[in-house]
Write a protein that binds this ligand. Structure first.
Ligand code: SAM
Ligand code: SF4
Length: 440
């Protein structure tokens, strides 16, 4: 990077937590006089914030890095840094196999970024650096992320994970679980209101195990929902083993906490759940759903499922399909099992071919698509309250997009600018996961 030039571009792969982290890194760089730009081509520094949860995510990053190598051939001063989970999991491998990458920086080391950049900049001859240690005290609590303005913001309430699901790389690349102080989280949300955000999503790998001082997650979410100016609070992700009745009651009882639950079940087979080290059974999960649906009105229920886990038989898969048919989720995110080196089940013989995994993924998606459509069609003719997020992505000129509390996506036409408004719409039709509606 040329001295005096400080334009950076951040590109993010993976989950919402990574998106939050990219905003955190942007906040750190902005404080040090750097300036964010909209494309790698315009920048002196490209940061690629990466995900290691599945091989596919890593392959995408490798492909992207190769494209950045070509950009660097044209602009030899360009600095390329890899952040996030791959910076920990593949630290040395990345630096050797991709010699044009200047540094890897793990999720607990972001506040050291300006120092690292000045080392690269000071003509010391060092053109590859690595900072990827864990710091189990790092929660970045006093730092403020730099967000693109909007109506909805992510707020990390904790970092790391202690659950060690047997397939999952997260605890190995993000370290142990630690929670931020409730007062710091509330202060961040108050600041967000000053910036005209009206909705927040509280983030953690397992928000249900949030704990700091006297406050558990139910206490925290209530404190956040009580911040004046906040209209809606969401949260992700909930682990079924820690979803308490107190939390269900809190969601049910507070008008600003959305009736939206993302509760990954992963499998409908007790044998597989045990092998996954999930620490709950199918019947426990079903009981939770029953209680949540009884107490929380019009609950929007979403889940994650992994197909093709080592040893998953046709009977196990049928158990999962049976659970999906029984529960009738509003949405399911289905993933093919991806072996992750270092996890407890890595090396277990895979009992399905890639084709069989794909088949199971497609079968499950098809069943869920029918359920989603049927549930959405039941809403035709009803009036729903949505928070407008902005222009619809496939925007016709005056088409807007908004969500219900239960996380259903609506599009509608409006001649007036309505971003950030809470509006009532009448449902006209349902297509795929989208509901078409008209303003009342
Ligand atoms: N902490 C959250 C939880 O426990 O539900 C989710 C975190 S993980 C980044 C998101 C989803 O990725 C998981 O719910 C799981 O379905 C999926 N996942 C994690 N490891 C995987 C693997 N090795 N192969 C395929 N899917 C995986
Ligand atoms: Fe991974 Fe399980 Fe932790 Fe979620 S709870 S991040 S799936 S180890």
């Amino acid at each position: 990077m040329k001295k005096g030039t400080k334009k950076y571009y951040v590109e993010t792969y993976g989950c919402q937590m990574n998106k939050y982290d990219s905003e955190l890194v942007a906040g750190i760089l902005n404080q040090h006089g750097y300036h964010q730009v909209r494309s790698a081509q315009e920048s002196d520094l490209v940061l690629v914030n990466t995900c290691s949860v599945r091989q596919h995510a890593e392959n995408r990053v490798f492909g992207r890095l190769d494209a950045l190598r070509l950009l660097k051939l044209k602009h030899p001063d360009l600095i390329i840094g890899v952040l996030g989970c791959m910076a920990v999991r593949l630290q040395d491998e990345l630096l050797t196999q991709k010699p044009f990458v200047n540094f890897v920086l793990g999720p607990d080391n972001y506040r050291k970024l300006p120092g690292l950049l000045s080392k690269l900049n000071n003509g010391s001859g060092q053109n590859q650096l690595k900072l990827a240690e864990f710091d189990n005290h790092e929660i970045y609590s006093e730092l403020y992320p730099s967000r693109t303005s909007g109506i909805s913001a992510w707020v990390a309430i904790m970092r790391g994970c202690n659950n060690f699901c047997s397939y999952c790389i997260v605890p190995y690349v993000r370290g142990r679980e630690r929670s931020r102080l409730a007062k710091d989280i509330v202060a961040e949300v108050q600041q967000l209101v000053q910036e005209n955000f009206v909705e927040v999503t509280l983030l953690g790998q397992n928000v249900n195990s949030y704990h700091n001082g006297d406050h558990d997650f139910a206490d925290l979410i209530e404190m956040v929902a009580n911040v004046p100016g906040i209209i809606r609070v969401r949260f992700a992700t909930s682990h079924p083993k820690d979803l308490s009745e107190k939390l269900i009651d809190t969601i049910a009882g507070h008008p600003k906490i959305c009736n939206h639950l993302h509760l990954p079940v992963q499998s409908g087979s007790d044998t597989i759940l045990k092998l996954m080290n999930r620490k709950y059974t199918r019947s426990h999960y079903l009981k939770l759903i029953k209680t949540a649906r009884e107490k929380i009105q019009d609950l929007g229920l979403y889940t994650d499922i992994i197909v093709g886990f080592p040893g998953e038989t046709e009977k196990d898969f049928q158990d999962t399909l049976g659970l999906v048919r029984q529960v009738e989720f509003d949405g399911v995110f289905v993933f093919k099992y991806s072996p992750r080196e270092g996890t407890a089940v890595y090396g277990l013989e895979e009992t399905l071919t890639e084709q069989e995994k794909v088949k199971r993924l497609q079968t499950l998606n098809q069943i869920q698509d029918e359920i989603t459509l049927r549930r959405n069609q039941q809403l035709i003719g009803t009036v729903q309250r949505i928070l407008v997020e902005g222009a619809s992505k496939k925007a016709k000129f005056n088409q807007y997009m908004g969500r219900t509390e239960s996380n259903k996506i609506f599009v509608f036409d409006s001649n007036k600018k309505v971003d950030g408004s809470l509006l009532d719409v009448k449902v006209i039709s349902a297509e795929g996961r989208t509901l078409f509606s008209e303003l009342l």
